[in-house]
Write a protein that binds this ligand. Structure first.
Ligand code: PXL
Length: 277
């Protein structure tokens, strides 16, 4: 069973970050430990009056305890980080906690719809770039790809991101009426996506969590992206039908079965004593 460390916030309502990472990674058969970066009543995208408790001090205490336990991870997944100093701290987690040959995935959570999320700015984006430089995979959305590179053209942005990290994935690139994943895997690659109109809060976190689960199970980048893209499409299409208030996140739960069936879960390794029929 792969072991994953998810570094992300807890938004208590409005499904995103750790509240989606835990169930989705678990559905992929991973053991998930968490390092919470902040505790919010809701995410920052549309609920006035949300609370925010920065957990930076506690993160160091938790990490020190993990050190003393000798914990090591197959995958470290970094998501929403609350401050520049937190980014600096997360850079150190790779050397401390990633197994040799393990995978470091950074979702550079910065913004959407070509604006920064609340509390983030250019200096924060610069710091995030330096975290991306340590990653094996980065998962910027279209806005984050622009905020990281200053380039709106996807080929140019991808080339700039590939200079930072071996496998950048732009998770939703809309261009000339087409919608696709654009990624780098030795060369530029495109995976066409089915588009559902509208904006869906938390979709990036659902994507990143499923992707980390597939990678933790040893799927190739191409296969991991295909499974993740289909899972997200199903969750988004269901949400378009069933979720009235999009601030509350994706209705992904009833699609977890699809993910478990396709994410490369190693059933015999997970339950060695059972005979499969
Ligand atoms: O889904 C990205 C995200 C994660 N965590 C928090 C957020 C957001 C986006 O708004 O506010 C706290």
């Amino acid at each position: 069973m792969p072991r994953v460390l998810a570094v992300n916030d807890i938004s208590c309502a409005g499904k995103c970050s750790l509240t989606v990472a835990l169930p989705i990674l678990s559905a992929c058969g991973a053991t998930v430990d968490i390092l919470p970066t902040a505790l919010l009543s809701t995410h920052t995208g549309g609920f006035p009056g949300y609370t925010f408790l920065d957990l930076s001090g506690e993160m160091e205490r938790i990490a020190s305890h993990f050190d003393s336990l000798g914990l090591k991870y197959d995958v470290i997944y970094s998501g929403y980080l609350g401050s520049r100093s937190q980014i600096e701290f997360v850079k150190g987690l790779k050397a401390r906690f990633l197994k040799e040959g393990g995978t470091f995935v950074v979702d550079p959570v910065l913004g959407d719809n070509f604006t920064f999320y609340k509390g983030f700015d250019e200096a924060f984006a610069r710091e995030m770039r330096s975290l991306c430089a340590l990653a094996d995979y980065i998962l910027p959305n279209e806005t984050e790809s622009y905020l990281l590179t200053g380039k709106r053209d996807f080929s140019q942005a991808l080339a700039a991101l590939a200079a930072l990290c071996p496998h950048p994935v732009i998770t939703g690139a809309e261009e000339n009426g087409t919608y696709a994943l654009r990624y780098f895997d030795g060369g530029e690659r495109t995976l066409p996506l089915k588009k559902v109109d509208g904006s869906f809060h938390g979709a990036g976190d659902v994507f990143a969590s499923a992707f980390c689960g597939c990678i933790a199970n040893g799927l190739s980048l191409e296969k991991a992206l295909a499974v993740t893209a289909e899972f997200c499409y199903r969750a988004v299409a269901r949400s378009a039908r069933q979720v009235k208030d999009r601030r509350y996140g994706l209705a992904y739960e009833e699609e977890l079965g699809y993910l478990t069936r396709h994410a490369g879960v190693n059933v015999s390794a997970a339950r060695p004593q059972e005979k499969r029929s």
